[in-house]
Design a protein around this ligand. Structure first.
Ligand SMILES: [Zn+2]
Length: 199
């Protein structure tokens, strides 16, 4: 059937699903939006980010009562705000919180067909049978983001009022903006105005 959200597609610019959670609220189009404001929106966001397949999102929608889903979205928003205050080496509250969520999920190893070399691959597959499983999948994405090597490549957009985060995967390691078309152009326009004012 496919879930529907009244919101525009989420602004996915982080290059990492865990970091995208921080960007699931923000004002990239001018007005502030929360892409996980309700249970249905949460499921739409998870499938847009790739944390759920569309079929899994549909199953969870069918399986959980609307208030259970909204409660789940509430929990994910709480996680998002705890994550936002995370400082590597600082207080361990996020890590404890994530470990508790991770322990609630069920996952199992599966062998999947290999690529070109035809060597099969063993992957960890989450079992998606309820709210705790989805929470664990989201927690795993955040856990992966805080455990990434080269933490300096995880940065906040240089836009003065921008709240977006991203992983710089560019070769030059000089990415500054969430998106060139949003904060990059704003900065260029401001620099242009500054050069041409008062002279
Ligand atoms: Zn920005």
């Amino acid at each position: 059937m496919g879930l529907e959200s009244a919101l525009p597609p989420p602004f996915l610019i982080a290059d990492h699903p865990g970091l995208e959670l921080l960007n699931s609220v923000g004002a990239p189009y001018g007005t502030e939006m929360d892409w996980i404001g309700s249970g249905t929106e949460l499921l739409c966001w998870c499938s847009a980010v790739g944390l759920l397949t569309e079929a899994e999102a549909d199953d969870l929608q069918a399986q959980l009562a609307p208030d259970e889903l909204d409660e789940l979205a509430n929990e994910v928003r709480d996680l998002r705000e705890i994550y936002r205050t995370f400082v590597p080496g600082g207080a361990q509250s996020l890590i404890e919180y994530l470990n508790a969520l991770l322990a609630r999920g069920q996952a199992t190893y599966q062998i999947v067909p290999g690529g070109d070399a035809d060597v099969p691959e063993m992957v960890l597959r989450a079992r998606m049978s309820g709210a705790a499983d989805l929470m664990a999948v989201i927690a795993r994405a955040v856990a992966d983001a805080i455990c990434l090597e080269v933490p300096e490549r995880t940065r906040q957009c240089a836009g003065p009022s921008c709240t977006m985060w991203f992983r710089d995967t560019s070769k030059s390691n000089r990415r500054r903006w969430c998106s060139m078309s949003v904060c990059g152009n704003r900065s260029k326009a401001a620099a242009h105005r500054a050069r041409h004012s008062g002279s």
